[in-house]
Each structure stands twice: as C-alpha cells, then as structure tokens.
Design a protein around this ligand. Sequence first.
Ligand code: BQZ
Length: 695
Amino acid sequence: MNSKLIALSGAGLLLGVSAYSVLAQTVAPTTPPDPPEFPAQSEPVFVGISDILEFKALPEYREPEWVTKKFVETGKLPPVKDRLPKEPLVYKIANMPDGVGVYGDVMRHVIGGRPEGWNYLAGQTQGWGGIDIGMMECLTRTGPLFQVKAEELQPMPNLAKSWEWSDDGLQLTMHLIEGAKWSDGDPFDAEDVMFYWEDNVVDPNVTPLNGASPATFGEGTTLEKVDDYTIRWTFTKPKPTEYLYSMAYGTFCPGPSHLLKPKHPKYNPDMTYDEYKNAFPPDFMNWPVMGAWVPVEYRPDDIIVLRRNPYYWKVDEQGNQLPYLNEVHYRLSTWADRDVQAVAGSGDFSNLEQPESFVEALRRGAEESAPARLQFGPRTIGYALQMNMSANGWGEPDERGQAVRELNRQLDFRKAVTMAIDRQRLGESLVRGPFTAIYPGGLYAGTTYYDKASTAYYPYNLDAANALLDGLGLKDIDGNGIRNFPEGTAGGGDIEITLLANTDYNTDRNLAEGVVNMMQPLGLRIIVNLQQGPSRDALYQSGRFDWQVLRQTEEIATVVQRTAQLAPTGPQVHQFHRAGKDGTLDLLPFEQELVDLVNKFVGTPDLNERAEIMKQFQKVYTENVYAVGLTQYPGALIINKRFANIPAGTPISMYNWAEDSIIRERVFVPQDRQQDYELHPESLPGEPGGEGPVT
Ligand code: BQZ
C-alpha cells in the first residue's frame, strides 16, 4: 500500500476512529423514560399472613350433603372429621371478601397448553393455565402474598405448617401438616417430601417441571427426614430466607410417592428414567393430589374435568371442608381463546396477558351486559430478547451457533442489538395506548426493588449500533446486506441467528417478528424458530437456541420469587446460561458479579441492604445488557361476575399466577347465581388409574 494510500487509510482510520469514538460517546447509557401512567384499577387490602389463615382443630366439620348421603352413609368414605388432619388449614372469614361460601358450581378454565401426563416431578406439563397449580400443593405458598404487608412479607405456611431456624441460622426445621391425606386416602408425610427431594431434585437424571435443581435451594444445601412430620434443611450460609420462596409452587411440590416410587428406576430396575417420566399418561384418571380437585375425565384436545378432593385438608372457620366449587374444567384450546371465552362468558377465567387482545376485551368488558369483570393490575408482565451466553458447549452448537455465542458474549454486540430496537414502536405494534412501557431489561419499573437511577438504558440509535458492529469487524463482505462472520469464523459466511419463540402466544410471535425487522438495518439475518410450549421449553432448557424471546414474570417482577434464576447461580438454573457438557459455567466477569450479588441478597436479611444489593444488580445487569429488554405492560384479570371471594387488586402475575393468588379453594358462587355446569354432579374421584368419577 503506497504512502499516500497509507496516509489516506491512516486518515480514514483516524476519521474512522474519531467517528467511532464520537458515536461511542452517544453510546453512553442514559436512564429509561418513566412509563406512562397506568394505575392499577384496584388495590389489595394489605393484611398479615395470620389474618388470612391458621392451623387449628375446630369443634365440628361439614361437607356437601350429597357427599355425606352418597359416600359416608354408604360406607364408601370415612366421616369428614376422619378425612381431615388433626389441625386443618383454616381460612379466616375476615379475609374472605364475600365471607363464608356455599357449595356448588364449576370454574371453567380455558388453556392453551396440553397435558403430557401427571408426573410433574419428572418434568411433565399438565398444560399450564392453573391446572397444575390447582392439583399440586407445595411446602409454602406465595401467590396470595400480593395482599401481605411488606413488613410481614414471607412465604405462607402450607404443607409445611410452621418452621424455625437454629441459633446459628444454618438449619431450618419444618413441621409438616399432620394427618393430611392424598385424594385417594393415602397419608401425606415426610416420605413424599424426601422422594421429591432425593429422587427428583437431587437425582441428576430427573428434571422436575419448572426446573428445580439443588442450586435452587443453594449449592451444598441438604435436606433430611427427622420423623414422619418433620424435615430439616441444612444450608451453607446463615438464614437464607429466600429459599422459603423456592419451597412454594413450581419448585417444591411433592408428588404421591406411593404411586411414583414403584416406577422410579432407583426402586424398580425394570424402569428407565424415560419410562418413569411417562408412567402416568393424561388418561390415567383419578391421579392422587393434595390439591382441591382431582382429574376424573380427559378428552384429548377437548377438556380435562376435575372433581373435588374428598380428603382436601383445608376448611373455613365454620368447619366447612373446602373447596366450595365441586368441579373445575380446563377446556383445551388456545391462550387467545381463553381471553375471548372469558369475555364472552363461555369461560370463567383469564389472565389477559397478550396486549393484542386488550382493546377488544376492554370494549366488551365495558358493556353493562358483560358477563365478566375485567381488572387491570400493575405492569408485571414483560418480554426480553435473551442471548445464549454459553460458549462451552451447552446445547452442543454447530460452528455457526458457536460463532453466534461468541458474539453474544461481546458487550458491544449486545449494545448494538439493544440500540437497534425501537421499543416505542415495538410496544405500539402490540397495542396503542398507555399500556406498554419502554423496558431496557432487568427489573421491571414500578416494582419493589426497581431503581431508575441504577437502570442503564441505551436508547434507539441505529447509527451508533452499526458503528459498534463495524468496530467489531463485522463487515458485509459480499454486499448482500448481511454482515459476515469474521474471516476464519463459521466460514466467514452471513451472520444468521436463530430466534426461538413460543408459537402458543401471538405476543411472542409478534415480538419475534419485530426483532427480525429491526435487525435488518443492522445487517443481521434473524431466523425465527417458532415452537409450541413444551418443545419451546425443552429447546431452551437444553440450550438449543442462539437467541430467544421470552416472557419474564416472577423473578423479574418480585426478585424474591425464583431469586436463583436472576443469575446463573448454578449449572442448571438460568434461562440463557447453563453449564456445558463438562458441568462448568463459563461465566463472564460481569455475570460472576451478578451471581455474587444474588447470593449476597439471599444471605442478607436487612431490608435496606437488600435494596442496595438490588440497585447494584440492576446497574451491572443493564449496563452489560445481560438481556435486551423489549416491552413491559400490565395484565388484567378477567373473571366471570358470578364468582365471589375474588380478592381486590389481584395481579395476574406477581409471586405466582392469579390461579394461585385468588385462592380458588375459597372462591364460590352464591346459590342464586349458580349454573348447572357440572358434568359429573354428585360424584367423587374413583380409584387411581380407574375409569373416572364414582357416584
Ligand atoms: C398462566 C400460567 C399458569 C410457563 C405458562 C406457559 C408455559 C410456560 C407459564 C399464564 C400459562 C398462561 O403460562 O400463559 O397466563 O395461566 O399458564 O401456569 O406460558 O409455556 O412454560 O412458565 O406459566
């Protein structure tokens, strides 16, 4: 290259460098704009946990008359007092918005998922939409915490009715409810708890639904049985109270070990782990549960019907055994149809969570004749573009996939992507109006631990974004509008990135398409991989994705729920960075910082210190664009107007989904509003594996 050219190129380089450094100035993050005002339509009445429930024996108990007449008096069932634990869980009337309920009627859910089988301990989904939440009961409970005073906030007792810490804070002794029974009459006890822990969480060959792993409860944590109704946790650091949240729905909900153990390879050498997982298909009726309702009928792609659990271990203060509702339906349809049916009155419940349905739902809900109440809550739903951050083999990428992951791990690459996203336009593409807010990533604005000053936001700036990719040496060598991998990487071919998205939701699909369009001017070719729920879950859990559009709920909205998932705190915990084949996590320095902050948060009881830790977390997370926030918005609870005891201000998603938070076992329909929707009136579940309900 002659001296002039060198000079020019030098000058060009200088210009380039100076232009790049000028653009780099514009790359400096700012703080995000305040979300448009959108007050939730009603606020909860804040109470203490002891205002909601207690465990105690009552002088007498009652049940639906037809149960007494057709089952107790005929000797098919013991009297209700013998079907209840010594001290049942008692819901207090003062916390029931409409007081003591009456028996009868049905809650008709519509869901977009499909049941794979009943073995949620081994990772099978039952179709979501509240069906698993209503069948399984967990050591603690958190959904209803949205109504609990901040100063009393801690997971509610449930199957674990009380607990105490050792003086050094390293041990937690939990007392299980005594004398409760599975819906088939088999006793519930520590054997069920230890089977879940040892043979489903700790056993590396099993991955429970919602992905509980030993790290969910802290690396090195152990659990032991003390006696039939006492278990003891031993932790590696004092009083990690966060883990009480992990003992709630999704991550510590024991299954019926009397059915599961005989199918588990550890106890039955004739069974494989795959056979164990699939041992109880959806047509296995009367699957024993600790929850309020038992599956008694299954028609593929049509409906799952559940009937009241005659051994349910919860009552109201007058001794009425719960639930009040005799039956629950799960119509097997789509998530969008759930909204339509709830608004139209042919369904009874929906979490209005897809902004594309907001306007029509609001219009219908505003009509005097509307069969359902529609109530917006806080902005606790949101989506992010998550990049696979593993470069040591998680998901076994090919050369192209590996090259993408190497790019994902470069801050300038993530900054370029985030600045190529026009969040205002993206939000408005879903729904116009004050609903969606610009979401940079990290903790959601308006939630407990959010701090705006700690939130780095890289505003939409296509020039700066392209300059960053130029700075990474990603050039469009062949002039086809797509940048190429660097020479010697993935054959120097076009940069093609797969984007995994859940096709069960219009919102997931629309946001994925939005990302594809907004990456084009950046010279990146994005190929959407639309997958239905279970296969999407399987692909992302196994790391077989480059990027994914993912809806983020509990941990991003509350921090205290699913805290472990906020960072790669263990090999199999995080949504977009898990261990490679060698079992190690190749964390980047800022990721290690996030892990340390999350672990520090878990071990810190002081409220002010916790808030400070989460400010640092938010700063490190958003400055490093750990995930590219897309949009955040409120959800609305749609419930048919005939139901009573729906707590005011119930968010559709916070500590858990609304199916948990409204406490369905206390929900009832006043006598004069009851409909004859029951498909199996005056029947109860039959024998596990039997034909279905019995009368
Ligand atoms: C709510 C929820 C109850 C899972 C599921 C579904 C799965 C995910 C997530 C939501 C559905 C509804 O969400 O969308 O409104 O009823 O079931 O569990 O998205 O694909 O894996 O995490 O909860």
